[in-house]
Design a protein around this ligand. Sequence first.
Ligand SMILES: Cc1ncc(COP(=O)(O)O)c(C=O)c1O
Length: 400
Amino acid sequence: MPPVDHVFLNRGLAATTPHPLGLEVSHAQGPWIHLTDETKLFDAVSGIGVTNFGHGNDVVLDQLRSQLEKHLHTMVYGEFLQKTQTEASALLCATLPKELDGIYFLNSGAEAIDGAIKLSRRVNGRTRLMAVSGSYHGNTIGSLSVSSNESRKAAYRPLLPEVEFLKWNDPSDLKRIDSTVACVIVETVQGDAGVRIPSKNWLQDLRAKCRETGALLVLDEIQCGMGRTGKPWAFEHFDIVPDILCMGKALGGGMAIGAMATSKARLSLFAHNPSLGHITTFGGHPMACAGAVGALKSMDKINFTQVERLNRMWQDALESHVAVRNVRRIGAFFAVEMESAEAVQKTIECGLKCASGTGVLLFYFLSVPHAFRLAPPLTCSEDEMATGLRLILQALDHVS
Ligand SMILES: Cc1ncc(COP(=O)(O)O)c(C=O)c1O
């Protein structure tokens, strides 16, 4: 058994890594996280793709305050009509193609993936599942089964049977999809694989192959959705529409949420044979949906031209830094590759060192040790982005 002297375990909390950051939060506003020791960090990762519209966003907070006064939980999902659910669903559908006209609000991204697997099997009665190399879809047994990093799965086997992995972005591998496949699950832009952006041709061929064989195309936009790639949804870059779209993270505006969008006809299957085909106590929680209303209203106000210009500025400056080997970016979603995992470690530590009380929060990928991630809030002003960039470059300077 590992030692129990641990900053989380010592407080009776679950530990997830031997060396957590362990910083104590006081409050957060805009792109800044303020710590109890009175230092502050520029949040260059948006809580891993959650606070796309900034901390303490007024539109989100107003929605939450107003719902707080009305009611919290009243009844399990699917029994009572609740205004925040209906409003969030209408706002969400307004951002989506007409084929995706039904929403199931859930608790987390991983639950949305599990729900998509279940629904696909109901739609076509098939059992085989396909995902792609480099995928990350979450940590429930179902979502872990369709994630590809074997080092994260081995300890938990046996996982779901009948899961196979296609080679990411390889058109010649698509022939393995046939009429026995229930669904193919793909992150439109892979997050944990290091912001890997697929070719338009591959995604369009995948779309066509799924249509031809009756396999459902499930796009995971839990991390790359909600404006992160410079458009409301990443699939808009590729001119395709999924059969099921999985969402989460930034959708809740900081509240815990997951969601699936698909056709009303498909969603209706959960109500029959068996009824209660996917049930959840807290899915569609009124506060989470109030957060979603705030987040969707905020997304509507984002100036994507400015987001592109400011993040392009970050990319240019990062690419010119001697310690950086390569930058992959789409919108405000970056992987910054360095020479080694040690260089990444040192950069992240230097970012946190807070010269004169101000630092920057950078973070790792689980599966790409020689790169760090960047995903700044989309609401940052020009000055805030300039400050964030200066702090990142200072951290990199310590490594070169
Ligand atoms: C692409 C992707 N899918 C699914 C998930 C799982 O979401 P959650 O952590 O809310 O279960 C994540 C979380 O990081 C993710 O990045």
